[in-house]
Design a protein around this ligand. Structure first.
Ligand code: TA6
Length: 291
């Protein structure tokens, strides 16, 4: 491991990569390929939110950070017993490489092959790689390759949990006029009328056919987080509010004001179909600036 990068046993004894450089501090679990912490040195507050009630156990998703939803988003169509949000976040990924680049950023590559799936056969012939660059900015790239002989379809999301001072006071810009599926209102399709999204109740929206970057303005933490993306046509905005928080055992009852999910995805109408030996890349880049 290069200096500033350590592979050790983290919470629950799960293998963890700890990154501690002049640019940022970060923690990446091989379980789920799950980034749990990224904090640039310029930021007094973590950028990624983690639940204090999260479990750290094989086969169970971690609550917070950046879960990787793959190869389906939400419940699996026609298979209610399948794990919600797919198997990537509950499978053990392999560490392929970790380096420190000339600009001081850490570059890490993880891989998940069909045989690594926590549920045999549920990745089909889809092979995954996850590349991260962690410095003053954070970039995450999910690369999917179809190793099979037939076209394969999948959904995906970088289900990013952002830490905020008070979710009732943030604004989310970049989704104006987009169509969204409102999961709090029975999946009705609506159009985002306002330029900015604000949160005043349970919010669970899957925005479709949008490639726009998203800017979260947080007056309490005094910062703006921008999420630029590529290879993604869906975005999700989520806050569970009071009742849903209480219904989730791995989410603290009073934690909901401190987080919002801004997710980079391809889901529903935007699911991706890959030809044999085809590949697809989706990436999100987070930058933080004080306001
Ligand atoms: O991305 C939003 C969402 O799909 C919500 O519907 C909510 O269920 C959330 O994900 C969390 O899902 P999880 O399976 O991690 O509890």
């Amino acid at each position: 491991m290069p200096s500033g990068v350590l592979l050790d046993a983290g919470l629950g004894g799960l293998p963890r990569l700890t990154i501690d450089t002049g640019l940022c501090a970060a923690e990446l679990y091989l379980h789920g390929g799950h980034l749990c912490r990224w904090q640039p040195r310029s930021q007094p507050h973590p950028v990624l939110w983690m639940s204090g009630a999260s479990r750290f156990e094989a086969g169970v998703p971690i609550r917070g950070g950046v879960p990787i939803c793959f190869p389906w988003f939400g419940p699996k169509a026609g298979d209610p017993a399948a794990p919600v949000h797919g198997v990537a976040r509950i499978s053990l990924w392999r560490l392929e490489s970790s380096t420190i680049d000339s600009d001081g950023a850490a570059a890490v590559r993880l891989a998940l092959a069909p045989n690594d799936s926590a549920r045999p056969g549920m990745l089909g012939d889809l092979d995954l790689a996850f590349e991260l660059r962690l410095g003053a900015a954070l970039s995450m790239t999910l690369i999917v390759t179809n190793r099979g002989e037939a076209p394969l379809a999948f959904e995906e999301a970088l289900h990013t949990y952002l830490a905020v001072g008070d979710v009732r006071r943030v604004t989310v810009a970049g989704l104006g006029t987009a169509t969204y599926v409102d999961k709090v209102d029975g999946g009705k399709r609506k159009t985002q009328a306002e330029d900015v999204v604000t949160v005043a109740a349970e919010t669970d929206r899957l925005y479709l056919d949008t490639e726009a970057g998203i800017t979260l303005v947080d007056p309490v933490f005094g910062r703006r987080i921008h999420v630029a993306k590529a290879g993604s046509r869906s975005s999700v905005v989520w806050n569970p509010w009071v009742a849903k928080s209480r219904a989730m055992p791995d989410f603290g009852d009073d934690e909901w004001p401190g987080m919002i999910c801004i997710e980079t995805a391809n889901a529903a109408d935007n699911a991706v179909t890959l030809p044999p030996r085809g590949n697809h890349t989706m990436s999100a880049t987070l930058t933080v600036a004080s306001i």
